[in-house]
Design a protein. Sequence first.
Length: 293
Amino acid sequence: KFSVFQLFFAALLLGFASLLWLQLSCSGEAAPPGRGVPRQPCPPEPRALPADDPSWGPHRLALLVPFRERFEELLAFVPYMHRFLSKKRIRHHILVLNQVDHFRFNRASLINVGFLESGNDTDYIAMHDVDLLPLNEQLDYSFPEAGPFHVASPELHPLYHYKTYVGGILLLTKQHYEMCNGMSNRFWGWGREDDEFYRRIKGAGLQVRRPSGITTGYETFQHLHDPAWRKRDQKRIAAQKQEQFKVDREGGLNNVRYRIESRTALSVAGAPCTVLNILLDCDTNETPWCTFG
């Protein structure tokens, strides 16, 4: 008689032995005939889903992902979003906007750079946080012809629920983004840049649309960010506090200052993306809060 533990341990050993035998008995190529026992070819790896099938339609999405030092989130994000969009037959190009200068993080400026560097082969953008994954396949990532489409709407986002919130995931045509002159470059550190962008959208005469018929509520997205592990850069000096609720009526796409240090095509678990290493510039007379000092 054998105990349950002994039976479980025997099954575990048998499974391990089977995997080892499969590894040793297969090869990438079949063995030539007449040379002992023929080795079976290994099972092929699953094919990666395409990112750009012209039969899916005329529009192509530039997925703009502002980024700095959050590699574990990026490793989950890129393959997940590639599979999600491919299943929905959305032609797409994932652009990871990696800020490599020594200034504070500037999400809005990175999105401006991503827009300018996204090329003429894409005609709409998604401003997409790296720590937010859509779980509901009914969410719409298609061309937002009627106006800005806020995928991560307040009634669905796991954290932010106020009516004027447009952060997380926002889709715009390139024409509509240009009508807003992009985003303000004055927001260094975490937060408030999307609230200012909401006012730009309204000032351009555009109407924000949001998902309808989604019944998954606050379970619609997976939020990967752990605030205990990654603290937000929420520092505010006096001058910055005075400006954080103002509308920047002069800056945006027209005056973002940057240099592309490198552009690298990568594959993350079979999912293609392009990483732009970006050096932002800051006029410390205009925005002295861009530094960590």
